[in-house]
Design a protein around this ligand. Sequence first.
Ligand SMILES: C[S@@+](CC[C@H](N)C(=O)[O-])C[C@H]1O[C@@H](n2cnc3c(N)ncnc32)[C@H](O)[C@@H]1O
Length: 341
Amino acid sequence: MMSSDADQTSPANEPQNNGPAGDPAPRPRATAEEVAAAFEDTKLAQVLYHDWEAETYDDKWSISYDERCIDYARGRFDAIAGDADDVSLPYERALELGCGTGFFLLNLMQAGIAKTGSVTDLSPGMVQVALRNAENLGLTVDGRVADAEGIPYEDDTFDLVVGHAVLHHIPDVGKALAEVLRVLKPGGRFIFAGEPTTIGNLYARKLGQLTWFATTNVTRLSILRSWRRPQQELDESSRAAALEAVVDLHTFDPAALEELAADAGAVDVRVRTEEFAAALLGWPIRTFEAAVPEEKLTVAWRLFAFQAWKKLSWLDETVLRRVVPKKFFYNAMITGVKPAR
Ligand SMILES: C[S@@+](CC[C@H](N)C(=O)[O-])C[C@H]1O[C@@H](n2cnc3c(N)ncnc32)[C@H](O)[C@@H]1O
C-alpha cells in the first residue's frame, strides 16, 4: 500500500504554478514571509533552501558527471554492497530519494549499476535540474517531486533504491525507510551514503565555523582585501547557513542507524563509516572556498585540494579504519534488503 501521507498537503508540497506532470514549480526566490515561515516548517525550509540552491548546486559541491564522480559513486556502492552475494549488475530499475541534481543515481547509472532510473526530491528545482542532467547524459530517467515519507510509486516497483546525503533531512527516517521497503521488490536492495555521524558532525561544524571566522576576518586586512568576498555575498551566505541549520535535522550513531533499518523491516542490514582524516581537512577547505572570491580558486588549488583529500581518504581506508572507532568517521552509509516473500 502507498502511504496515505503521499496525499497530504503541507505548505511545502502545496501545488503552486504546477510544472509538468502536475508537480509543483520551483521557487528559486523566496519572499521574506516564506523564509520567516520556513523557520517553523522544516519541509517548507527544504523546498525553499534547495530550490534556491538548485541551479548553482553542482558548482558549489564540485559535482560532475565524468570519471571523477562516477568513480566516487561506484566506490560508495562497492564499499557497502560490492561483496554482497545477491548483487547482480545492472539492476533493471532504480529510484533515488532526495536526488538533488542527480549526482548519485546518474553517476551510478553511468557506472553500470542500473539501467533505468527515477529521480525524486521534495524540491521541484532539484528535480528539474536532475532531469536536465539526465537528458544531457542520454540516460533513461523519469522524475517526480516527492516526499521520501510518502513515495508516490506502487508497492514492489524498484530493484534498487538509493540516496546520498538525504536521510538526515527527513523528519521521520523510520517512516521513509518503511516506504523504501514498500516500493522495493522482494529481494531488492537499498543504499544510502553520505550521512553525517553524530561525532563527525560535531567536529565538521566546529572546523567550518572556525575557518569561516578566520577567513572572513583575516581578509579584512588591506593587504588581503582582494581575497574578501563582497559583504552582501557574505551576508547572503550567512542567511543561507541559518536556513541550513533548519534543514539539517539529524546526525547518526552507526549502531542506531542499523537498528532503525532493521525496525523498518530490512534484512542483511550493514552500516559502514568513512572519512576521518579526509573530513578533518575537507571541511576547512570547503568552508574556505565558500568564503573567498571564486576567481581565487585556481585550477592548481582545486587539484591540490582534490589530491590531498584523496590521499587522506587512502590513509583512512588503509590505516585509520583499523584503529579509530567507527563512530568517529564523518560519513555513514547503510544498505539492506527487502525480505523475499
Ligand atoms: C544535501 S541535498 C543532497 C542532494 C543529492 N542527493 C546529492 O548528494 O548531491 C538533500 C536533498 O534532499 C532533499 N530532501 C529534503 N527532505 C526531503 C524529503 N522529505 N523527501 C525527499 N527529498 C528531500 C532536498 O530537497 C535536497 O535536494
